[in-house]
Write a protein that binds this ligand. Structure first.
Ligand SMILES: Cc1ncc(COP(=O)(O)O)c(C=O)c1O
Length: 358
């Protein structure tokens, strides 16, 4: 498979890396829940008590009676959720660095039968309310695909977080302009860990219609929850999931790990830990004069402009990280629920040594 441009190195899989929070394994709480679910025969296709319990825990977490669906990955969650907000002649607004635009291979357009994606500029990963208005009002004639939904990412693709005031302003603008609001929450847990607010305040109370709540990066093997706060929009979503190949027949193995993650707060503990590791990494890199950190470090990622020779040196030492995600010269250093202080310190020590020679 040729999908990412880091230099392939040794096969030392015992070393934790900074390439992606998808590199991490399954957290103990999810693993235990999976094992417990692996008993006997249980009803299929989501008609089981693990799935019911996981959905109830999500309703408790958000303190509302939302509709919950479990799917395999973020691309499916985002695409199917967006398709439920739009007709094919509509358009979806998102930032020009949104995962739905840059990393989903056109799936939002595909699953919505061709809804066009329109791009807004991102400032530290975030969309501004004025830009929403500008694009929605730019054309209102019959020849233009009618804007119908806005997609924002929380935490953003560069690891920043929309504040509650920013979300309220976006939600208000969406209501004024008759736009549905979708939130890509692949790293929603990391955003909650930073904001330290009840999840309801940064979702449905701010006007979010549907959240794709990420489990994979938070410690699951696989799986995201599509959470509809506007239940009218969830109508027949189960059919969309089935048609899109996202209805797990042995659903308990997708949903039970959510129970493990949610029932005693592991989701937030893991996110707080990953965020703390990114802060530690930032503190180690900030003093290095030839490294620049272009975005505020607010969740579990540090973007860093590192001299090319030092990047190559780090690759030769067996470190893996991406340099294709942000701007051309930026390394994305991603921490996970299982990143340790020792990992961070070892990475920083190697980098310190290499940049001192550049
Ligand atoms: C912002 C964002 N959204 C969604 C996803 C989910 O993508 P996938 O389809 O790989 O699960 C990711 C994963 O990298 C992401 O970073």
């Amino acid at each position: 498979m040729n999908c990412h441009n880091f230099v392939p190195m040794n096969n030392d899989s015992s070393r934790r890396q900074f390439a992606s929070d998808n590199y991490s394994g399954i957290c103990p709480e999810a693993w235990q829940a999976l094992q417990e679910a692996n008993r006997g025969h249980v009803r299929s296709y989501g008609d089981d008590h693990y799935t019911a319990r996981a959905a109830d825990l999500i309703r408790e977490l958000f303190e509302t009676n939302c509709e919950v669906f479990f799917v395999f990955n973020g691309t499916a969650a985002n695409s199917l959720a967006l398709a439920s907000l739009c007709q094919s002649y509509h358009s979806i607004l998102c930032s020009d660095i949104a995962h739905v635009e840059t990393d989903e291979c056109g799936a939002p357009e595909f699953f919505s039968n061709g809804t066009k994606v329109l791009l807004l500029p991102a400032f530290d990963g975030k969309i501004q309310p004025d830009d929403i208005e500008r694009v929605v009002k730019k054309r209102t004639d019959i020849h233009f695909p009618k804007p119908s939904a806005l997609s924002i990412t929380q935490a953003t693709e560069v690891g920043t977080v929309y504040t509650v005031n920013e979300l309220n302003a976006i939600g208000k603008k969406c209501r004024e302009l008759d736009q549905k609001l979708h939130m890509d929450g692949a790293r929603f847990a990391n955003a909650v860990a930073t904001l330290n607010l009840p999840p309801k305040q940064i979702t449905w109370q701010a006007g979010v219609d549907v959240l794709c709540f990420g489990g994979t990066k938070n410690g699951l093997a696989v799986g995201e929850a599509v959470v509809f706060f506007n239940s009218e929009l969830a109508r027949e979503f189960d059919y969309r999931c089935k048609q899109g190949g996202q209805l797990a027949s042995k659903m308990r193995f997708l949903s039970a790990p959510w129970v493990g993650l949610l029932q005693e707060g592991a989701w937030l503990r893991h996110a707080k830990h990953a965020n703390a590791m990114a802060r530690r990494l930032e503190q180690a890199l900030r003093p290095l004069s030839n490294i620049e950190i272009p975005h505020p470090v607010q969740t579990n990622v540090v973007f860093a402009r590192i001299p090319h020779e030092a990047v190559q040196g780090m690759y030769r030492r067996g470190w893996k990280f991406y340099t294709h995600v942000g701007s051309a010269d930026e390394a994305r250093l991603m921490c996970s629920w299982d990143t340790t202080e020792t990992d961070v310190d070892a990475f920083a020590a190697d980098l310190r040594e290499l940049v001192s020679k550049t």
